[in-house]
Ligand binder design. Structure first.
Ligand code: BES
Ligand code: MN
Ligand code: ZN
Length: 490
């Protein structure tokens, strides 16, 4: 699907389907929607008066102009009340309209950049949200969008530049998110650690990143005993991926992103039950988000220095696998007593955090499907945010607000670490109790973070059970939009 900006009257634009909008309890249609209304002899005003079209968020009304304008079909999408209007309403409305257009057999869709100027929303932001919504809402795993073209139309040629800018951002962010969704949805025998490495090599080739792919021998030289313990039973060989975007040529301290890349989490010897195993190909959603945001960063040619680290391995079983009671040594020398081989995410992240220190980062953010407990606490509505630095936490919360990838801050009180006291090692990898599970896991990670650091526990938000707005049933790609905003905030 080509996405373009066209300076033309919406009445004349070459498309089979035109998408206009309405606010709830708003005044009569004005602007471009008003022009379409007039061309249709007041059809939209009439639908409003009769209550058939109310402008409720996501409401779609279909009109057939029968030659009165160039498009053969008009979709009126509701944006909800103007006083609470924001870019999230645009993303949702645009996704719903684009999917309905596809269902109706549309091939070429033209849309307004919904809501530009309302509540001071800049045109570029409206355009970005309209494109993001359409691209993400039309997403299908291993099938194309189903449309040939999607254009943003505006009569005023002076506005073309802002539209194009919004499209560029919307496309970059959506492409990163779609890459993440694909990787998460791939079965574990496709999205292996080597496959993730291949994706990283492809990103490096496309965008001029530096890439290093560490294998077992490499990880041994790095003394990554915690990562290697988890990888010991792996049939698909582990990979430790280092990807760097550095326009500063080493002069700027980087933002380091770490993604948990467990390509399948069986639990190991502390094996999960039948139910628990089902979603565990998703246990690399953090890795997928980090690779996805590198796609976005590359496309946008961000001026910031970004390092992506992905420790990737499966957590499975064989005779040589690690066991509960084993002692392992992380790369900084910390000894860890294994209580549960199912608390593997924190082990691979520990070695990645130690590795991150060598970049002298300005900040480190890890994304991980770390605990089932975060889903119990927050459900699919927010990721847990843990941070040892308030200014990094505020920046992330601001990005969460802007992108509607919600975060909820959770505590890192040192008491949680008490649950991990070991008699034979510096700490245990699990308390063996469900109590405060997400906070105990975060406290474990904090032990390895010697820099401003934030941990996002994305286990609850990694996928959705039903298509809703721009979320399509399946993996969400959570974190790409959030991190892209954090990095490239205009
Ligand atoms: N990958 C899981 C966490 C998870 C659970 C993600 C459900 C998505 C859905 C993680 O490795 C894990 O197994 N965590 C354990 C920790 C426990 C052993 C301390 C958990 O949550 O039960
Ligand atoms: Mn596990
Ligand atoms: Zn896991």
């Amino acid at each position: 699907m080509d996405v373009t900006a066209v300076a033309e009257s919406p009445l004349a634009v070459a498309a089979d389907t035109l998408v206009v909008n309405l606010f709830e309890r708003g005044s009569p249609p004005s602007g471009a929607t008003g022009a379409v209304d007039r061309a249709l002899g007041g059809a939209i005003s009439e639908l409003m008066a009769s209550g058939d079209a109310r402008g409720r968020a996501g409401e779609i009304t279909v009109l057939y102009p029968r030659g009165a304008i160039a498009a053969s079909r008009v979709l009126i999408v509701g944006l909800g009340p103007a006083n609470v209007f924001c870019s999230e309403a645009v993303r949702r409305a645009s996704a719903i309209a684009a999917r309905r257009a596809r269902e109706l057999g549309a091939r070429r869709v033209a849309s307004l950049a919904h809501g530009a100027g309302i509540n001071e929303m800049p045109l570029g932001d409206a355009a970005q949200a309209t494109v993001e919504g359409a691209r993400l809402g039309l997403y299908r795993y291993q099938a194309d969008d189903g449309l040939d073209g999607f254009s943003l139309v505006d009569e005023d040629a002076d506005r073309l530049e802002a539209l194009r800018d919004g499209i560029r951002w919307g496309e970059a962010v959506a492409e990163g998110t779609r890459l993440a969704r694909d990787l998460i949805q791939h079965p574990a025998n496709v999205a292996t650690p080597e496959h993730l490495a291949d994706v990283a090599r492809g990103l490096a080739a496309d965008h001029g990143f530096e890439v290093t792919i560490g294998d077992r021998a490499w990880a041994e030289r790095e003394h990554m005993g915690a990562f290697l313990a988890v990888a010991r039973a792996a049939g698909h060989e582990p990979r430790f991926i280092v990807l760097e975007h550095d326009p500063s040529k080493g002069t700027e301290p980087p933002l380091v992103l770490i993604g948990k890349g467990i390509t399948f989490d069986s639990g190991g010897l502390s094996i999960k039950g039948r139910q628990g195993l089902a979603g565990m190909k998703h246990d690399m959603a953090g890795a997928a988000a980090v690779l996805g945001v590198m796609r976005t960063v590359g496309r946008l040619r961000s001026p910031r220095r970004i390092v992506a680290l992905v420790p990737a391995t499966e957590n499975v079983i064989d005779a040589f696998g690690y066991r509960p009671s084993d002692l392992v040594r992380a790369a900084d020398g910390t000894t860890i007593e294994i209580i549960s081989t199912d608390a593997e995410g924190r082990l691979i992240l520990a070695d990645a955090l130690v590795f991150a220190a060598r970049f002298e980062p300005r900040a480190v953010v890890d994304l991980a499907t770390l605990t089932g407990a975060i889903d119990v606490a927050l459900g699919p509505h927010a990721a847990g945010l843990f941070a040892n630095d308030d200014s990094l936490a505020s920046a992330l919360l601001a990005s969460a607000e802007r992108t509607a990838e919600r975060l909820w801050r959770m505590p890192l009180w040192h008491e949680y670490l008490g649950a991990l006291e070991s008699e034979v090692a510096d700490l245990k990898n699990s308390s063996g109790k469900p109590s405060g599970g997400s906070c105990v896991a975060a406290a474990f990670l904090e032990r390895f973070a010697r820099f401003p650091w934030a941990h996002l526990d994305i286990a609850g938000v990694r996928a959705t059970e039903a298509t809703d707005g721009y979320q399509v049933k399946g993996p969400t790609g959570f974190g790409v939009r959030l991190l892209a905003d954090l990095i490239t905030r205009r």
